[in-house]
Ligand binder design. Sequence first.
Ligand SMILES: O=c1ccn([C@@H]2O[C@H](COP(=O)(O)OP(=O)(O)O[C@H]3O[C@@H](CO)[C@H](O)[C@H]3O)[C@@H](O)[C@H]2O)c(=O)[nH]1
Ligand SMILES: [Mn+2]
Length: 371
Amino acid sequence: MAPKQVNSFPSVPLKDELDIVIPTIRSLDFLEVWRPFFEPYHLIIVQDGDPTKVIKVPDGFDYDLYNRNDINRILGPKASCISFKDGGCRCFGFLVSKKKYIYTVDDDCFVAKDPNGKDINTVEQHLLNLKTPSTPFFFNTLYDPYREGADFVRGYPFSLREGVPTAVSHGLWLNIPDYDAPTQLVKPLERNTRYVDAVMTIPKGAFYPMCAMNLAFDRELIGPAMYFGLMGDGQPISRYDDMLAGWCSKLICDHLNLGVKTGLPYLWHSKASNPFVNLKKEYKGLFWQEEIIPFFQTLTLPKECDTAAKCYVELAKLIKEKLNHIDPYIVRLADAMITWIDAWEDFNPPAEAVPAVANAKKDAVPPKKSK
Ligand SMILES: O=c1ccn([C@@H]2O[C@H](COP(=O)(O)OP(=O)(O)O[C@H]3O[C@@H](CO)[C@H](O)[C@H]3O)[C@@H](O)[C@H]2O)c(=O)[nH]1
Ligand SMILES: [Mn+2]
């Protein structure tokens, strides 16, 4: 029985281990309030919308900024799998990063305070979540057993106390909650004021609505599954970018015995997007999901799928085969999932790839600009 890991916050920023990916179609002024926590890290900014618009990055940050022209130049025909005019474009940042961990955050999210009035360093908490094990096979009723001041409760099998590696850390939001359009419409003034001091592993076999506003993950474990789909311009659906990635990544985490955590850290979500615009963007998802989610709930991947990429390719095939009756879009989506994996492997060659070829491809990506 392995000694229980007692976790403490990483003492220094782990800038060599983590990139921060920000999709934006507006402004990056929000970075000012995050400076104490974000400045040590490399930012990958994915500028959506009009590439001729100049989006200013506040001085002092180390960043690469990619607009649509860069994405097209770098990916060539494979750029077709990256959404345009939807926050899902952020997954381009996941593709080009070279770091083990990714933290992705929206540009209308700010630093929240904990009940003691202390500013919450979301990066630190996410790293802690990712660096400590998950417990998907048996629920610990005292929540995260690896946390200071907690442990496994009586009756928790000792054979399961080592836990499994954590692949995803899903943070939450105070103020504007991530509601769908119908809920936003009927509860326009509702604000989330409840700070729940807990981190929980989402049990194996359970799915969840993954929101990308405050999300971190281990690229090496689950990166290939973090594709944010074909959304926005020219597509029949939007605002289901992170939902798709959530369903796919959770199925694959369950298959590979990896963990997904939700809860701390919180951030402050400031902007309520227009519920009528959102309804138009997401309405197909509201009814498609009633069929898509049971598909994921009843799916078993073959045991030969022993990496996230292999699982993802198999999943794309099954989606194309089993869900194409929903809408012709599903076929395009499944094809785009394969294109994504092709692009992923151009930048992140599988271990068995020929080093010479892999290096040539990897070096073909000059960033647009960095400081
Ligand atoms: O066309 C676009 C629209 C937005 N973005 C960037 O994406 C994020 C989120 O945008 P926004 O805050 O307007 O969206 P919300 O309604 O608050 O939240 C949705 O976004 C996803 C979570 O991230 C999910 O779909 C919903 O929860 C901002 O950074 C925008 O700048 C974009 O790049 N292109
Ligand atoms: Mn928002």
